[in-house]
Design a binder for this molecule. Structure first.
Ligand code: GLN
Length: 471
């Protein structure tokens, strides 16, 4: 299949005219028609004729851009506004919303000649880790249709693993790119806070939200990040930090790279097969020159508490614009999970409780920043699992909100700190469910993470496996 190829292979093939952009785009639509009735990853599919017209323009050389992404199909998590194309954040509240402008990330990709195919399913507003908290029915995991795809960017991850698209843009506030990437056997990068503009991204928790690439390989993610990163005058929190040519760093040697492994964190509550895969991955990395050292991060015990106080506080403020409760309306259009978060956040921010909860959580956040600083002065990166368990059955945790939150234990501390983290496939369980690891680095060290991930993918083939139902 053309969609099995990497972005670089596709771009080279297009240049040599081995195949056309029309061929790739057609293949994506064929996969959607064949599989999405059982996977349910798309919320809105772009009119096929519009996408084909763009592909033809690239094929005929009418399109001037010479980017590696020209003519390559992609999808967006439905949290990014797209002018004239419905954008829902997977919530009934925005079911019929047609935006008047484009998110910066979409505009940049469009300018490079990449071709949008669909807007994807997610947990509404980013609230969740399974794409079950959606008003558009859950997304099913292509590796086992009875299981969840992860979340909140479950639609994009399922679509990449079932070859409905070449790449996707997800959003990560506390794991939403990494968690579904790991559960669907794809690669995903949560960038440093501010690395990619959030303009036009429907906000969940504004001081945690990040915009990042999801694809089959680390190399693909490097090319996408080169195109989307950088300062944006429309987002005051976007960083002026120079954007490196990430793809130039992929082949650096790992000799002497220090990888910290928090073994103690992996002692309880972690699935045995996942733990084994992580340990195996460290052996693979040490065989190509990396040095593995044990690190301790006791502060992790407070991660969920801090995250689930600050994130709901910010979301209660962000969602107030849709909530007409002071004007005689109800909150019935929000899902139960979202109402829960609005209530917790409003409570934590209210007079009398602000100091006891919100301010305290912000102080703890500073301690997290200090702890990551300390650990990352001893090693270059930290390696740990993405998820504590393999993908759960659809419906399994829906009545158990607390258990649901525990699934985020490894991914929620990086966002309050702001550091980047790359999720990479690193094995399968005996029942053939994907396992992922994450590589966490210092602020703005994406090139290092991509280097390590790429070197790992040069000598392993987990990322090349695709679900049996995908042909
Ligand atoms: N699962 C986490 C939450 O529900 C993270 C979601 C996200 O990153 N958008 O908050």
């Amino acid at each position: 299949m053309l969609t099995d190829k990497s972005i670089k292979e596709l771009s080279q093939g297009l240049k040599k005219k081995d195949f056309s952009s029309l061929d790739i785009v057609n293949e994506c639509y064929k996969q959607i028609e064949k599989l999405d009735s059982s996977i349910n990853s798309c919320i809105s599919v772009v009119d096929k004729e519009i996408a084909l017209k763009k592909a033809k323009a690239v094929d005929n050389g009418q399109y001037k851009g010479s980017s590696i992404l020209s003519g390559i199909p992609f999808v967006l998590k439905d949290a990014y506004v797209t002018k004239g194309i419905r954008t829902t954040a997977a919530s009934n509240i925005l079911r019929n919303y047609i935006p008047q402008y484009d998110a910066t990330v979409y505009r940049k990709l469009k300018d490079e000649g990449a071709i949008l195919i669909a807007k994807m399913n997610m947990d509404a507003w980013g609230h969740g880790g399974s794409t079950e908290n959606t008003d558009f029915q859950p997304t099913h995991n292509p590796w086992d249709l009875d299981r969840v795809a992860g979340g909140s960017s479950g639609g994009p991850a399922a679509a990449i693993s079932s070859r409905m698209t070449v790449f996707a843009i997800g959003e990560d506030t506390g794991g939403s790119i990494r968690n579904p990437a790991a559960w669907c056997n794809i690669t995903g990068l949560k960038v440093t806070y501010g690395r990619v503009s959030r303009y036009g991204s429907i906000a969940y928790a504004s001081s945690f939200d990040t915009v990042g690439p999801m694809a089959k390989t680390v190399e693909d993610c490097a090319y996408i990040l080169e195109s989307i990163a950088g300062r944006d005058p429309y987002d005051a929190t976007s960083s002026p930090h120079k954007v490196p040519q990430y793809s130039n760093y992929l082949n650096n040697s790992l000799k002497g790279v220090k990888i910290g492994l928090p073994l103690k964190l992996m002692e309880k509550g972690l699935d045995k097969e996942i733990k084994e895969s992580i340990i195996k991955a460290t052996k693979v990395l040490s065989a190509i020159g990396a040095e593995i050292i044990e690190i301790k991060m006791p502060i992790f015990d407070y991660g969920l508490a801090v995250y689930y106080l600050i994130a709901p506080s910010e979301t209660s403020s962000n969602l107030a614009r849709y909530d007409a409760i002071r004007y005689g309306e109800t909150r019935d259009n929000f899902t139960n999970e979202t109402v829960r978060r609005i209530m917790i956040g409003t409570y934590a921010l209210s007079a009398g409780y602000y100091d006891a909860f919100y301010r305290k959580a912000q102080k703890a956040r500073t301690m997290f920043i200090q702890e990551y600083d300390k650990v990352l002065s001893r090693c270059d990166v930290i390696l740990m699992p993405v998820n504590p368990t393999p993908p759960t059955k659809i419906g399994e945790l829906i009545g158990d909100p607390l258990q649901n939150l525990l699934a985020d234990v490894f991914t929620v501390t990086q966002n309050p700190v702001g550091v980047p983290s790359l999720a990479v496939p690193c094995g399968f369980t005996k029942s053939n469910l994907p396992i992922g690891m994450q590589i966490i680095g210092k602020m703005f060290s994406e090139e290092k993470l991509l280097n390590i991930g790429h070197q790992y993918q040069q000598i392993t083939d987990w990322h090349k496996q695709k679900p049996p139902l995908v042909r």
